[in-house]
Design a binder for this molecule. Structure first.
Ligand code: ATP
Length: 513
């Protein structure tokens, strides 16, 4: 199936089964805004729990907080968001469509990478077994030419972005003959900067002084509470503060389902370290976060690291963990070495000291910060897109199955009495009551057993327990595995142990501890 189609399939699957709905749909929806349905909310909560537990429960030096969305407006002056949280936008005069100039260029660069990949495929065909990829990439004239071109574009783009040279950014788009995907024309406007923060007013008085912002990142709530947490929690450096919460950005181009929304959720952790040690910790957190993602089992080849072309105004090192979404590799998480920029800025604007007193050296200093910042909605999409599978079965029928990691699945177990009589529903409900203190369970007695299995496959329930006549005689049930479809008969007594070793939090967290 075409990559683009997979996203469409996932969107309609999400709607059909109650994972994600367009927001305010009865009014025809609101652009780039979505609501999580009954299964989506469960999956989202489970992803949050995986992140929260791995940050705070598995690290005695990381604590979690929950700060307000509204913050004193000076926060955003200090952080640089009022002056510099801009995206360069460009319009196509024919289609009237608006684009991010940097994204148009990044997509162009990505196309060049596809060209290199095509050359590699040709090479594999030509040289067969003796094909040496590294040698080919280093010596093939076409590849060398494309790579040189890429490097030149990247360098020019970096300079233009760093120097805020919007004219050259536009010129680069024109020189590369980039066309609007809708109109196909090169009729571009000037590039302009556009601030991404949403503003509103506090109380009933309108005017400059009452303008406040919806936070564009959760991080600043952590920075302004740095001393509160450090002192009340008696935290010793190095230590981290984690937070999950909503963030808002007036994105120029908000599309691709829940990948880019104007209201979304972030899971951020700021790790405070001694100045000079930040790059060691930066490497440490890159590794830790990579392991965390791989532990989900969505496939190693679905992830890659991408160093930033343009460093944000606060960073001295930064990279993205990219995921192979249905629309290609795109940012899932950012890892940034934010220096002491934020704390120093808040010291300046609030005229308060935000320093750590080191009892060993008797010195005070402003800590440096490593940030890990992952989008919850993007993680949700990564889990869904990697687990969405269409299979043709031996009997020729088709099934759609969501191979969601068991601990994250909305329902862990389906309990299905084979028929609706002979005491089977009562027995099934008795088993449900036994397990529902620990697991989310769906009870289903409607339709044939085959249909019920398909329904559970489609929502990613890892195990289906079927209660049949033998259950009443021997106190055993069949347990069906979603992925292999193999059914085993096991005793009711052993169900808690079985489930504990397959879908409890410790099964998922165990590899990280
Ligand atoms: P992008 O380059 O895609 O706009 P960014 O570099 O601005 O993202 P960060 O500021 O590093 O993003 O934010 C951290 C994380 O928050 C991102 O890695 C992403 O997962 C998530 N995120 C950012 N913007 C959005 C959005 N509009 N919708 C959903 N998630 C988002």
């Amino acid at each position: 199936m075409e990559q683009k189609d997979i996203l469409k399939e996932i969107i309609s699957h999400c709607k059909e089964y109650g994972f994600v709905f367009p927001s305010s749909e009865i009014y025809d929806g609101l652009a780039a805004t979505y609501d999580y349905g009954q299964l989506g909310a469960e999956l989202k909560n489970n992803i949050k729990t995986y992140w929260w537990k791995s940050m705070t429960q598995l690290n005695s030096n990381i604590v979690g907080i929950d700060t307000a969305i509204f913050m004193h407006p000076t926060t955003w002056k200090a952080s640089g968001h009022v002056d510099a949280f801009n995206d360069p936008l460009i319009d196509n005069k024919d289609s009237k469509k608006r684009y991010r100039a940097d994204v148009l260029l990044e997509e162009y660069l990505e196309k060049q990478s596809h060209k290199i990949q095509k050359e590699v495929e040709k090479g594999i065909k030509r040289f067969g077994e003796s094909f040496d990829k590294e040698q080919f990439l280093a010596t093939n004239p076409n590849v060398i030419r494309i790579k040189e071109k890429q490097a030149q574009i990247e360098a020019r783009m970096k300079t233009a972005l760093n120097e805020n040279n919007l004219e050259d950014l536009r010129q680069l788009i024109i020189d590369l003959e980039i066309v609007c995907p809708i109109s196909g024309s090169k009729n571009w406007t000037e590039v302009r900067q556009f601030n991404l923060m949403f503003s509103t007013s506090l109380g009933s008085v309108a005017g400059e002084s009452s303008t406040i912002y919806l936070r564009p990142e959760t991080a600043q709530g952590i920075f302004v509470n740095f001393l509160n947490v450090q002192k009340s929690g008696r935290m010793k450096i190095p230590f981290g503060i984690a937070q999950i919460g909503k963030a808002f950005r007036n994105e120029i181009v908000a599309r691709q389902f829940i990948f880019r929304m104007r209201e979304f959720e972030q899971m951020e952790m700021q790790f405070f370290v001694k100045p000079g040690e930040e790059l060691t910790w930066y490497e440490h957190w890159k590794e830790v976060r990579k392991k965390w993602h791989l532990n989900l089992g969505l496939g190693e080849s679905n992830y890659r690291f991408h160093d930033h072309i343009k460093l944000a105004h606060y960073a001295n090192a930064a990279c993205d963990i990219e995921f192979n979404f249905p629309m290609g590799f795109k940012e899932l998480e950012g890892i940034h070495s934010r220096t002491d920029f934020d704390l120093k800025q808040h010291e300046l604007h609030a005229s308060k000291k935000l320093q750590y007193f080191d009892p060993i050296t008797n010195e005070s200093f402003v800590p440096y910060v490593i940030e890990t910042s992952v989008g919850l909605d993007r993680l949700f999409l990564s889990v869904l897109s990697a687990s969405y599978t269409e299979e043709i079965l031996e009997d020729g029928s088709e099934r759609i199955v969501l191979k969601i990691p068991a601990a994250l699945a909305p329902y862990k177990i389906a309990i299905l009495p084979l028929i609706k009589k002979d005491g089977l529903p009562d027995k099934a409900q008795e088993i449900m009551r036994m397990l529902q203190l620990d697991y989310t369970i769906q009870y289903d007695e409607k339709d044939s057993i085959g249909k019920r299995y398909r329904r559970q496959d489609a929502i990613g329930t890892p195990f289906a327990i079927t209660v049949d006549h033998e259950t009443l005689e021997s106190n055993t049930v069949t347990i069906r595995n979603r992925d292999t479809m193999i059914q085993d008969r096991i005793s009711i007594e052993s169900l808690p142990t079985f489930l504990n070793s397959h879908c409890s939090w410790s099964t998922l967290l165990g590899a990280l501890a």
